[in-house]
Ligand binder design. Structure first.
Ligand code: NZQ
Ligand code: ZN
Length: 385
């Protein structure tokens, strides 16, 4: 096991009816900026529950944070927050609203051009405090300190983070899942599943417990996927889905092990170029990354195949290969498409474009061994056509 430090300060308030607890968690005398997305919270009753819990507090609303939140939109919120001396931000939404809120709270007190936070990889150590009400399980943003922000004008999608960006608290009420469209539930399952794979399909370092926690999250997602897709009001499935997504990316399973994240880095480019939903870009990329890096990843792939999919026959290589195939079958059974050409007709330019971009950024090697070169990225994207 590798050395590590672990600290996660986010308080989780989990369960039915727990949005009412905002009354205790949000500071009473604060001027609050309430951030949300395209308006789903005003149709499914979540907005009302939040407003009742906030009571007489002074609230300024900022809606319209779009999926893959943009710098252009978020800077409007930063201006409002600065003008109105906002001292607490409450994000009510999915990963996009929560990520967007992380950018806002980091940018409010930032001197200089806030886009530099992303391009110059400036860590955020302190920020305006914020909490979240999660409406869509998927990203884990509700219990981590990362965010991914898009700049529309340049078609860039970049990550930021730092210890100042953990939410003070996150309310996780599985009943919010009832109103989520099937497309977004699929996204949530695939995103969380891939988060675990990114931190687990690398090479063995004798981290038995981390491996077994990772495997149990994968097994739980496999177990609940058909149930939650068939009936989003199935509370037991919803609760397990929600907690699995949070556990997949709250830092715990990443500690003491190598991690990959090449699938995400490539996937962000596909979203930036074509607007493909984040999770779907992962489904397009990882099978080809695993095929290309098969020799390096085969031990963990075989272990994953045995423990998650019950593949006990064959050589290590055969088990590893079968594990990739089983994963793709799992996606197909949910109706998830895994080829880039199934999402866009304009796919042919992507491989060379992404290769050039990674070269420009000086990203010489991605993945757990930092050896996935821009040239290999080109090959992976081409194979995904
Ligand atoms: O905008 P509204 O009207 O709220 O509708 C949203 C949006 O259209 C809708 N939705 C959310 N909750 C709902 C609901 N509709 C009905 N009922 C509800 N309860 O779902 C749509 C998608 O929402 P979005 O927040 O974009 O989805 P998701 O949570 O998948 O977030 C994706 C973003 O998170 C980033 C992605 O790159 C992408 O930008 N990620 C953030 C990570 C992190 N911070 O750690 C890690 C991830 O790997 C990921 O990169
Ligand atoms: Zn993701």
């Amino acid at each position: 096991m590798l050395n590590f430090e672990f600290q996660n300060p986010t308080k989780i308030i989990f369960g039915k009816g727990q949005i009412a607890k905002l009354a205790k968690e949000v500071p009473e005398n604060a001027h609050i900026l309430l951030t949300y997305g395209g308006g789903s919270i005003k149709q499914n009753g979540i907005y009302e529950q939040v407003m009742v819990a906030l009571g007489d507090r002074k609230v300024t609303e900022f809606g319209g944070i779009e999926p893959n939140p943009s710098y252009e939109t978020l800077m409007q919120a930063v201006a409002i927050a600065r003008n109105q001396s906002i001292d607490f931000v409450l994000a009510v939404g999915g990963g996009s609203v929560i990520d967007g809120t992380k950018f806002i709270v980091a940018a409010i007190g930032f001197e200089g051009e806030p886009w530099d936070i992303l391009t110059k990889a400036i860590r955020t150590n302190t920020a305006v405090p914020f909490g979240t009400v999660l409406t869509l399980p998927a990203t884990g943003s509700e219990m981590n300190s990362g965010a991914v922000i898009t700049r529309k004008s340049t078609q860039e999608k970049l990550s930021m983070g730092g210890p100042g960006l953990f939410p003070k608290f996150s309310v996780l009420d599985p009943e919010v899942i009832k109103s989520i469209p099937v497309r977004q539930i699929k996204n949530g399952i695939v995103d969380a599943y891939t988060h675990v794979l990114e931190q687990y399909i690398t090479y063995p370092v004798g981290a038995f417990l981390q491996d077994r926690i990772a495997e149990s999250i994968l097994q739980t997602l496999v177990q609940i996927a058909p149930r939650i897709l068939e009936n989003p009001s199935d509370y037991e499935a919803a609760a397990n889905f929600m907690w699995s997504c949070t556990m997949a990316l709250n830092g715990l399973i990443q500690k003491g092990v190598p991690s990959d994240w090449a699938t995400h880095a490539i996937g962000h480019e596909l979203t930036a170029l074509y607007g493909i939903d984040h999770a779907m870009t992962l489904a397009i990329v990882f099978p080809h990354l695993y095929a290309l890096k098969f020799e390096d990843k085969k031990e963990k792939l075989a272990q994953y195949g045995e423990r998650v999919w019950g593949i006990n026959e064959g050589t290590l290589e055969e088990k590893a290969q079968a594990a990739i195939e089983k994963t793709v079958e799992f996606l197909h059974n949910m109706g998830v498409k895994t080829r880039l050409s199934e999402y866009t007709e304009d796919y042919a330019k992507s491989a060379t474009f992404i290769e050039a971009r990674f070269n420009e950024r000086g990203w010489k090697g991605l993945g757990e061994r930092r050896d996935v070169t821009p040239e290999m990225v080109k090959e992976i994207v081409e194979k995904s056509y």
